[in-house]
Design a protein around this ligand. Structure first.
Ligand SMILES: [Zn+2]
Length: 249
């Protein structure tokens, strides 16, 4: 376990005083790695908050070039980077904030070909992918490699988040046995909505790593920012789940 430097103790002074966290919690963050799949509206904020909080390593997977239509929510992308790779913009901005941060950067989205390898590089996964195909792949690999996964999703002014502990809590396939028919690639979104869920996802990752508070295991937190209603919904494992069911070794 790497110890905190004097500079790190100074940078993280205000969170080290959080009851139940302390220097021990900060050391756990320093020695931990988190995979964020896609650094868009959700993932940009997860990555920025974790970089600010002093996570040791981020593994980032995000393909494509920055578009003008990214800029209302993808906070690691900037106007001067339009037309250039998103992942480069993300790395540049995160390093500006925290030059101590180690980053494994992949200029591609999660796919069948790379999921196992990319998931193997991190202790915790935060799923910020908009497509169910990617979310299912990450869920499958998280369960196979026994790694906790924070699943964040949003649509318009609504959002939801849950934390999956393989074989202890329901997984994404328990929650959604089939891809919802209504799910679309492009949907209406404010950056403040994706940013809200991104902050919650970052906090879940910090809690998982530091052993702080209570995580959303077995609970789906749903929110509608149109009227600011937040609800906690209990979710159950499915014994015959093809990903985490009891018959799966
Ligand atoms: Zn399952």
């Amino acid at each position: 376990m790497q110890k905190l430097s004097e500079k790190e103790k100074a940078v993280y002074e205000w969170q080290i005083t959080v009851p139940g966290f302390g220097e021990a919690g900060q050391e756990k963050l320093k020695n931990a790695s988190v995979l964020i799949s896609r650094c868009g509206g959700l993932g940009s904020v997860v990555a920025y908050e974790l970089a600010a909080a002093g996570i040791g390593k981020l593994v980032l997977a995000h393909g494509g070039n920055v578009k003008l239509s990214d800029l209302n929510r993808q906070l690691l992308m900037t106007d001067d980077w339009v037309g250039k790779p998103r992942i480069e913009s993300a790395v540049r901005r995160l390093k500006e904030l925290n030059p101590r941060l180690e980053i494994d950067a992949f200029d591609e989205n999660i796919s069948e070909a790379n999921a196992a390898e990319i998931v193997s590089r991190a202790d915790v996964i935060v799923d910020c992918a908009p497509l169910f195909e990617e979310r299912y792949l990450l869920n499958r690999e998280a369960v196979a490699q026994n790694k906790p996964l924070v699943d964040c999703a949003m649509y318009e002014l609504e959002a939801q988040i849950t934390t999956i502990i393989p074989r202890q809590t329901p997984c994404l396939s328990c929650l959604y046995p089939h891809k919802p028919e209504f799910w679309k690639r492009q949907f209406p979104v404010f950056g403040a909505v994706s940013g809200t869920v991104g902050c919650l996802g970052a906090m879940e990752a910090i809690k998982l790593i530091a052993g702080l508070g209570e995580i959303l295991g077995g609970t789906l937190l749903t929110m509608d920012l149109r009227d600011m209603s937040f609800h906690r919904v209990k979710i159950k494992r499915r014994e015959n789940c093809p990903v985490c069911g009891d018959s799966i070794k």
